[in-house]
Write a protein that binds this ligand. Structure first.
Ligand SMILES: *Cc1c(COP(=O)(O)O)cnc(C)c1O
Length: 420
C-alpha cells in the first residue's frame, strides 16, 4: 500500500488478528496536535476551547482532550453524563440541547452550564428556580453549511432562538430571574473568513443587547478537507478578524469578552481510519459496474449515504500483491441489504453511484476509509441487519494499538429484548 498517514501494513494485520474488522483506529498524535492547534486560535482576551463531543464520544478520546485542556460541549444530558464519567469536571461542561430533560436540573446544580436554545427552554429552566446564570443560543439569521442538512443557521434551521425574538427572550429571562452571562451562536460557519467575520459581528450585536454577558461562544463548524479538492478552514485566518472585532468591542463598550469555540469535526475528523475487509466482489455486465463489498458500511459510516459525503478509500492487498493490481473504476458498497449503503456516491448526491479509480480489489484485501473520526462511529445505522457495533482502537504515541471500545457481542445486541 502507499504510505498511510499513520497505519502500517503490520498494524493492519495485527488489527485483523487481535480485534477483527471492521475496526475504527484513532491516532493519538493527530488528536493531540489538533487540540494544540485549536488552543492557538487567535483571541483578544480570555479564551476557552471546547470539544463538541457528539462527533466522537468514546471515553479514551475524551480523556485525551481533557488532558490537553479542552472543555466539553454536550448535546444531550446523556453526553453530560458520559463526559463526567470520563473525568471532566462539571464546570468544564456546557450543554446546548434540542431536548431539555427534567433531570438536567441536578447537573445544573452541580455546575454544568447551559445554553438555552428556545423560548420554551428559558421558561422551563426558569421554573426550576435555580437562580443560576445562563447562556442563550441564538440563530443570528444566516448560515453556511454545505447543504440544508448540515446548515445550522438561517431561517431553515430550527437551532437556537430566532434573532427577532431577542426582546422576548430578554423579557422571559427577566421574568424568571435568570441572568444571561453567555451568548452562543453555532451556525457551522465553515472555512470562509468573511462569513466568520459576519457571524462574529452579528453575534456581538446580540451581546451588546445583554450588558451582563461576558462570554461569546461562536460554536464549531470549521471545515476539514477530506478529499484533495476540498478546502479546509485555516484557524489563524478566520480567527484574526474575530480577534480584531473583540478588541473594537472592548474599546466601544469597555467589555473584554471571553471567546469560546467548540468544534467537533476539526478535532477528530482526520484522526481516524476505518479498517475493513473486502468480503465479496461482483459485476453487473458491460453497462454496469464492478462492486467491492466490504464487511462494513452504513453500520459504521453513514455520511456518504446521508449527505453524499466523500471519504478517501484505499485498497490494501498484501505488499507482494500491490504491483499486480491495476487501477480500475469500482463502486464501493457496504454489507447491508439496502441499495443506499454506498461508500462512493456522487458528491453531495447520495442517490447516484460514482465509481472510483482504485486498485482492482480482491476478496481478503484490506480496504481503509480515511477521515472517519467525526460523526461516523457516533452516527451510524447501528445494528441494522443485526451487525454488531464495531470495535475502536487507539494507536498510541508510542505506536502500540490499544483497544478503547470492544466489539459488541451477540448477547449485547439482543439483551434488551423481551418476549412477552
Ligand atoms: C455539532 C455542534 C458543534 C460542532 O460542530 P462541528 O461542525 O463538528 O465542528 C458545536 N456546537 C454545537 C452546539 C453543535 O451542535
Amino acid at each position: 500500500m502507499k504510505e498511510h498517514k499513520f497505519l502500517t501494513f503490520d498494524d493492519l494485520e495485527q488489527i485483523r488478528t487481535e480485534f477483527g474488522t471492521p475496526t475504527y483506529v484513532y491516532d493519538e498524535s493527530i488528536l493531540r496536535s489538533n487540540a494544540q492547534q485549536l488552543r492557538a486560535f487567535p483571541h483578544a482576551f480570555d479564551f476557552f476551547p471546547r470539544y463538541a463531543m457528539k462527533a466522537a464520544p468514546t471515553a479514551a478520546l475524551l480523556r485525551i482532550f481533557n488532558n490537553e485542556g479542552l472543555g466539553i460541549d454536550a448535546s444531550s444530558i446523556h453526553e453530560v453524563e458520559r463526559a463526567i464519567r470520563a473525568g471532566f469536571g462539571t464546570e468544564s461542561i456546557s450543554l446546548s440541547t434540542q431536548e431539555l430533560s427534567e433531570d438536567f436540573r441536578f447537573w445544573a446544580q452541580d455546575g454544568v452550564k447551559i445554553n438555552l436554545c428556545s423560548l420554551s427552554q428559558i421558561d422551563r429552566y426558569g421554573k426550576w428556580k435555580l437562580g443560576e446564570t445562563v447562556g442563550l443560543r441564538f440563530n443570528p439569521g444566516t448560515g453556511s453549511g454545505g447543504n440544508n442538512r448540515t446548515n445550522v443557521g438561517g431561517p431553515s434551521s430550527s437551532f437556537g432562538i430566532w434573532k427577532d425574538d431577542l426582546e422576548t427572550a430578554k423579557n422571559l429571562c427577566k421574568e424568571n430571574g435568570l441572568v444571561v452571562d453567555r451568548i452562543h451562536t453555532h451556525i457551522g460557519s465553515g472555512s470562509d473568513p468573511e462569513i466568520w467575520k459576519k457571524v462574529a459581528e452579528m453575534s456581538l450585536e446580540i451581546v451588546r443587547a445583554f450588558p451582563s454577558v461576558h462570554t461569546l461562544n461562536l460554536g464549531g463548524g470549521f471545515k476539514v478537507a477530506r478529499m484533495a479538492d476540498e478546502s479546509a478552514t485555516d484557524l489563524q485566518e478566520i480567527g484574526q478578524p474575530v480577534k480584531a472585532l473583540f478588541k473594537e468591542f472592548a474599546v466601544t463598550t469597555n467589555r473584554e469578552l471571553k471567546l469560546e469555540v467548540e468544534p467537533g469535526t476539526f478535532l477528530v475528523a482526520h484522526s481516524c481510519t476505518l479498517v475493513t475487509s473486502v468480503q465479496d466482489v461482483t459485476q453487473t455486465g458491460s453497462d454496469g459496474y464492478r462492486f467491492i463489498k466490504l464487511d462494513s458500511g452504513m453500520t459504521e459510516i453513514l455520511r456518504p449515504s446521508l449527505y453524499g459525503a466523500q471519504h478517501p478509500i484505499h485498497i490494501c492487498p498484501e505488499p507482494g500483491q500491490v504491483k499486480f493490481r491495476e487501477n480500475t473504476e469500482q463502486v464501493v458498497v457496504g454489507h447491508c441489504c439496502e441499495s443506499g449503503d454506498l461508500l462512493t456516491p456522487a458528491v453531495n448526491d447520495p442517490e447516484t453511484l460514482s465509481p472510483r479509480s482504485l486498485p482492482r480489489a480482491e476478496i481478503g484485501d484490506f480496504c481503509l476509509i480515511d477521515s472517519v473520526g467525526a460523526y461516523c462511529s457516533s452516527m451510524t445505522a447501528k445494528n441494522y441487519n443485526s451487525f454488531p457495533e464495531a470495535a475502536e482502537v487507539l494507536k498510541k504515541e508510542d505506536g502500540d494499538l490499544a483497544l478503547i471500545r470492544k466489539r459488541q457481542t451477540f448477547e449485547q445486541l439482543i439483551e434488551n429484548e423481551v418476549v412477552p
